[in-house]
Ligand binder design. Structure first.
Ligand code: G3I
Length: 375
């Protein structure tokens, strides 16, 4: 009899142990796999620049990653002057209309990029030599595009890259014909055409002290003129070793002190050497085909994956530290295969600058940044 009672007790304990572990497992079951947008939703929007192929949804894998991971979209090229206003009196809105439709279908924060930029201009713009005529085209460009999407574009990159590295104003075609007031004119036109849109000044190397000082001067001048400027976009085309976190942080603090939001609008981290890393290299020198400049044609070694992960972890640790000042972080592309950095500054290289690899798999860098939120 005593044997049966002992056996019963052992079985009972075993069942309780099993049930408990099941219960534990049930209570610790992981939430459904969250994307970047949920993981960072209390901190800032997480966006991606998308290309025409993504806008046309011709790549199902890309489409599912875009929907699952990002809460903001930026058109990498399709709203630039050369594409959207190709002729003096002709606009081309087919692709930008598709972009808006996709972004609204996915309930995304919608960025417009970029109303005024010295690069990727339609050829006819460069041929305008008269100031009054340039002003008319400038106004027509901004009014037509911003009015068409009034209330649908959440944030406009109004002016892109108007500063030189020393903080002086770039002597672009607009500057030469309209003077420095073209900046104020652009922001005022955009605000008048769509008062609800957030208006951004966007540029690269905005961590550099001299350029930071120039940006601060420019923003203050815009504010004193009565123009509406809501944010500064730091593009963030960075490398494994630069810029220093301290320089980025100094710019976050300095721009936020102006009363504008800070955003990182074109984040990527190149894993490859660049010509200017070479002593005496001339950037225009063609390094295409150089094995030194394309060291990982097949895949990125684990050691480099770890370096990229550590760099992204340092960057996101800083972003999270100042999430009260940062409203958006946008990656300049969806996965490594689509990055502009496979062809700049040297064509036909294999680069690895983003969080998703060419098979749309999450890289070590993805885990490194999301781990910061799981602690
Ligand atoms: O559209 C043509 C296509 O018809 C042609 O077959 C193909 C082959 O040459 O070129 C296509 O145009 C390319 C365009 O991207 C669209 O893919 C241009 O050659 C190429 O120069 C252009 O590069 C873009 C670059 O801006 C132009 O400066 C990159 O994709 C884009 O990522 C990059 O983005 C800029 C931001 O807008 C502003 N901040 C800097 C950033 C990097 O330069």
């Amino acid at each position: 009899m005593i044997y049966i009672v002992r056996l019963f007790i052992i079985v009972l304990i075993a069942m309780l142990m099993h049930g408990c572990s099941q219960g534990d497992r049930a209570s610790v079951s992981q939430p459904p796999s969250q994307g970047l947008k949920e993981i960072f939703q209390e901190d800032f929007l997480i966006g991606a620049a998308i290309s025409k192929m993504h806008i046309e949804e011709s790549d199902a894998e890309a489409a599912s990653v875009i929907e699952a991971e990002f809460s903001s979209l930026t058109p990498e090229n399709e709203m630039k002057w050369m594409y959207i206003h190709p002729g003096v009196d002709s606009f081309y809105f087919d692709v930008s209309d598709q972009y808006l439709a996709l972004a609204e279908k996915l309930d995304m924060h919608v960025v417009g990029h970029a109303l005024v930029w010295h690069s990727q201009l339609a050829e006819w713009v460069e041929e305008v030599k008269d100031s009054a005529e340039m002003a008319r085209h400038f106004e027509h460009h901004i009014n037509t595009i911003v009015s068409r999407y009034k209330g649908r574009i959440d944030s406009w990159d109004v002016v892109n890259e108007a500063l030189n590295e020393d903080g002086s104003l770039r002597e672009s075609h607009f500057y030469e014909l309209m003077g420095e007031n073209y900046l104020e004119h652009a922001f005022k036109l955009a605000a008048a055409a769509d008062p609800s849109a957030e208006l951004v000044y966007n540029d690269y190397n905005m961590w550099k002290p001299e350029k930071r000082a120039g940006a601060i001067r420019m923003v203050k001048r815009l504010q004193e003129s009565g123009a509406k400027i809501d944010a500064i976009g730091m593009q963030a085309h960075w490398s494994l070793v630069g810029p220093e976190i301290e320089d980025i942080e100094a710019s976050i603090l300095a721009y936020a002190a102006l009363g504008v939001k800070v955003m990182f609008t074109e984040l990527d981290v190149t894993a490859l050497p660049n010509p200017w890393d070479l002593e005496g290299a001339e950037v225009s020198q063609n390094f295409e085909g150089s094995p030194y400049m394309n060291p990982y044609p097949e895949s990125l070694p684990d050691s480099m994956q770890l370096k990229l992960a550590e760099r992204y972890e340092d960057i996101f640790r800083l972003f999270l530290k100042h999430s009260d000042k940062i409203s958006r972080v946008t990656f300049w592309g969806v996965n490594d295969g689509h990055s502009w950095l496979n062809n700049w500054p040297i064509k036909n290289r294999v680069n690895y600058p983003l969080l998703f690899d060419r098979a749309f798999q999450r890289k070590k860098a993805y885990d490194a940044v999301t781990k910061l939120k799981r602690k």
